[in-house]
Design a binder for this molecule. Sequence first.
Ligand code: PLP
Ligand code: COI
Length: 363
Amino acid sequence: MADTLDFGFHPNPDPMPADERAERLKDPGFGTLFTDHMAMVRYTEGKGWHDAEISARRALSLDPAAAVLHYAQEIFEGMKAYKQADGAIALFRPEENARRFQRSAERMAMPELPEQIFLDSITRLTEVERDWIPPQEGGALYLRPFMFASEAFLGVRPAKEYLYLVIACSVGSYFKADAPAVTIWASQNYSRAAPGGTGAAKCGGNYAASLPAQAEAIEAGCDQVVFLDAAEKRWVEELGGMNLFFVFDNGEVVTPPLTGTILPGITRASLIQLLRDEGLTVREEPYAFEDWRKDSESGRLLETMACGTAAVVTAVGTVKSADGDFTIGTGGPGQITRKMRDRLVNIQRGEAPDPHGWVKHIG
Ligand code: PLP
Ligand code: COI
């Protein structure tokens, strides 16, 4: 079965006019300004991956019995294309997204998309939509590859037909651009993932299940939820859409380990490397919610960083919970958070050397 495919290109006959696009790119927000095209590939059991195309972004037609609508066999990725200082376009570690997509597929009993087809779909779509990258600082083309079970069948078993698509949107910052730090709600009522569950997969169901907790967070005036482990409700795991790092006054940094219940973030892996490059000691080990509170109050904990593709690196300023609130450091971004954000963003934008070969130019 095919490991690579030729993507046919069918230009959108009715793209957004350039002046309207330029106007909308001034303040793109996050997740609402979609580009003119999408990539699509079909999968049929026995035939494999076929019919790859880049064509006009449009509504899909689905049978109401499509398995995804009933049993949520769906996975996705999130990645960005950046405009480089010299005008070139680059992706950041895209092969890591391709591999995570394969691992997510395996967990949800879906067919693996060959890495090269994933990379070609991203690269081709980005080439076509290069004018949609906002020119201002913090702007990027956010790429959303996803795959779902399209077979019309109500029996509970892995589907035999799937659609893989990539859509793209122009984005600015995920949080309010002027927010120096985010406020986090510690959910005591809901768990995100349990041992043996789907926490390490990027499947839509994880996010659906996180929404009541996110609604609690919004109700409490917070930006994001932090989830604790399901078994003991003791250990800090991750936010609804970001991983966490804790920076201590002795130069040590702790991040929760990958034990199957949290998403193995690509930003997380990159920050571990960049922190080590700075000579800091990074330990992947469990950190208790009560220690987070105690260490913030004693001043032993200086900073907490939240990180992910959408959020980049953002300081956690305040944590709220039913048992009371606490503030980390000054409540704003500390020295390491600012430094690591700059280090990462400068590599992604080609403004600093890329010692680990993470940036892939696509022309
Ligand atoms: N954790 C969750 C639950 C996420 O949704 C994301 C975002 O993709 C992350 C962590 C960060 O992952 P990455 O750095 O690969 O974007
Ligand atoms: C990403 O960072 O790409 C995500 O998928 C997280 C989501 C909160 C937008």
